[in-house]
Design a protein around this ligand. Structure first.
Ligand code: MLC
Ligand code: AMP
Length: 527
């Protein structure tokens, strides 16, 4: 029975004793071991009564078992819904409810918190801990090692990835089998991946970058993965000599450059470093080449589209650009008001079309219609320009988005929490430059009347409802927020005023203007 994504990325490795996952403890999981684990998990999923198309919401630590759970969902025709491990129970509740998940897989520590929600939704709960223990694998070990692959069409859904929205409500981007498969095959070919490649994998596996780019590309090329639970500079340095490639967010590269052990000699065995998910500063690109002789290959993608453009493998990798459209992908820059295509050299909104572009937002037809045109072009919300050679440069964002260490944060979600606190009239949340994370979150608070808001209490409220990476690094009390004639808060003005608050270089290539200084009372998050 055909299942294009499973057959091409997973099934093709059946019976192979070749190394797939190289773990930090020295254990190696072969392709065949991995498929057996996935098939056994697929039996457990079937035991939960799941039917093709059902959603499986997953909040678990990065582990081989977690990756096999993804494979099992594909093999069973289920929709995999991975969720950031940093999400609080409040945040999780929304994703679980919105996706209509029939099964929640979480760490045992979260089981109690999620059980009553699951019960009210008619969903089941299974558990998987960071070390692979938990009910899921206990059951999986008792069932057969082969599972009959469920038939799927290329257009059937394989995953939902949640992406935050401008209104504060996250949207489930529906990704089909072919969205994922076409992109994996294109990237493996474009970046010359082969079975001899060994990838340093330190990215989380609940986002496009670590799951659909890094993992799927390695599956498509038959290579192996040094599988790390998270980015750990020491481990990366120890394992680099056995690797040939690495994929990371810019923070990975600035952290590597900050360490004297990262030398030309250490990187001599590597053939490719790929960067994406956030802007790579041209200076990082240059320093990296000076240190190692390697030119980082920067590419551009997003949750809704997988990868869109890439600097060439062979040919010029232009620092400060995200390269050329991938084969089969069209990129154009349009006038945000009229939608007309602009000539090369003019700044406008970036739109993309191709087999990589998602099917729409789950149960949000208006939002889908607003961003995905009838002719198939997706309005990315990024502002860019295409140069005479066809290279795209991202110059800013039309969407009110902060990218911190590769994680996307929508200010509205944080503003809603701040606005609800006692003594707060209103708030504005902005991204400001930060040397390690590229951008970080700054909250500006206008007190109600003559109140002095209790910043510690506000921080505690944010901590209980928002994932750690979304917490404002600093809260500042101001008299008022700058507004334009339409009454809209001028975030560009605020960003400009506070751009040096952490006295770091900017990773954001946006536009800014200046404003007068406001009264300040501040509360710094320790770091
Ligand atoms: C961790 N913290 C962060 C953070 N990551 N805060 C802000 N932004 C982040 N990205 C918090 C931690 O909870 C901790 O809180 C404190 O910051 C310091 O943590 P750390 O030890 O320095 O962080 P670390 O664990 O090393 O993580 C940093 C990181 C990680 C950059 C390695 O965030 C990461 O792996 N980012 C990759 C994200 C990613 O995969 N993005 C791809 C999205 S897909 P405290 O105070 O409790 O200690 C996409 C599409 C595309 O965008 O094009 O690819
Ligand atoms: P996400 O919604 O998490 O998938 O994030 C996608 C966004 O990350 C894009 O819309 C861009 O704003 C940003 N992004 C991804 N890759 C790059 C890159 N190479 N340079 C600049 N921004 C990037």
């Amino acid at each position: 029975m055909p299942n294009p994504l499973y057959d091409t990325l997973f099934g093709v490795h059946a019976g192979k004793a070749t190394p797939f996952l190289k773990l930090l403890n020295g254990d190696v999981l072969s392709h065949s071991d991995f498929l057996t684990m996935a098939a056994q998990i697929a039996h457990v999923l079937a035991g939960h009564g799941l039917k093709p198309g059902d959603r499986v919401a997953v909040q678990v630590s990065k582990s081989p078992e977690a990756l096999a759970l993804y494979a099992a969902c594909v093999q069973s025709g289920l929709v995999f819904v991975p969720l950031n491990t940093a999400y609080t129970v409040d945040e999780l509740s929304y994703f679980i409810e919105n996706s209509g998940a029939s099964l929640i897989v979480c760490d045992q520590k979260r089981e109690e918190d999620l059980s009553s929600l699951a019960k009210s939704l008619g969903a089941e709960v299974d558990t998987l801990n960071a070390d692979g223990s938990g009910l899921l694998m206990e059951t999986a070990r008792l069932v057969p090692e082969c599972f009959p692959t469920v038939s799927r069409e290329a257009d059937d859904l394989a995953a939902f990835l949640y992406t935050s929205g401008t209104t504060g409500r996250s949207k489930g981007a529906m990704l089909s089998q072919n969205n994922l498969l076409s992109n994996a095959l294109t990237l493996a070919k474009t970046w010359h991946f082969t079975k001899d490649d060994v990838l340093l994998h330190a990215l989380p596996i609940f986002h496009t970058h670590g799951l659909f780019v890094a993992t799927n590309v390695m599956l498509a090329s038959d290579g192996s993965i040094v599988f790390m639970p998270k980015f750990d500079l020491d481990e990366i340095i120890v394992r680099m000599p056995e690797a040939t490639t690495m994929m990371g967010v810019p923070t990975f590269y600035t952290r590597l450059l900050s360490d004297a052990r990262f030398t030309r000699d250490l990187a001599k065995h590597m053939r490719l470093f790929v960067s994406g998910s956030a802007p790579l500063l041209a200076e990082t690109h240059i320093q990296f080449e000076e240190r190692t002789g390697h030119r980082i290959l920067e590419r551009y993608g997003m949750t809704e589209t997988n990868m869109n453009t890439s600097n060439p493998y062979e040919g010029e990798r232009k620092a400060g650009t995200v390269g050329l459209p991938l084969p089969g992908v069209e990129v154009k820059v349009t006038d945000p008001t009229t939608g007309a295509t602009l000539p090369h050299g003019e700044v406008g909104q970036i739109e993309v079309r191709g087999p990589n572009v998602f099917k729409g937002y789950w149960q949000m037809p208006e939002k889908t219609a607003a961003e995905l045109r009838e002719d198939g072009f997706f309005i990315t919300g990024d502002l860019g320009v295409i140069d005479a050679d066809g290279y795209t440069q991202i110059v800013g964002r039309d969407k009110d988005l902060i990218i911190s260490g590769g994680y996307n944060i929508y200010p509205k979600e944080i503003e809603l929490v701040l606005d609800a606190q006692p003594g707060v009239l209103e708030s504005a949340v902005i991204g400001v430059p930060h040397a390690d994370f590229g951008e970080t979150v700054l909250g500006l608070i206008v007190p109600a009347h003559d109140d002095v808001p209790d910043l510690e209490q506000i921080k505690a409220a944010a901590a209980s409802s928002l994932a750690r990476f979304k917490h404002p690094r600093e809260l500042i009390v101001v008299d008022e927020l700058p507004r334009n004639t339409m009454g809209k808060v001028q975030k560009n003005v605020l960003r400009d005023e506070h751009k040096e608050i952490f006295e770091q270089t900017s990773a954001f290539r946006g536009f800014r203007t200046a404003i007068p200084t406001a009264r300040r009372q501040s509360c710094l998050r320790p770091r």
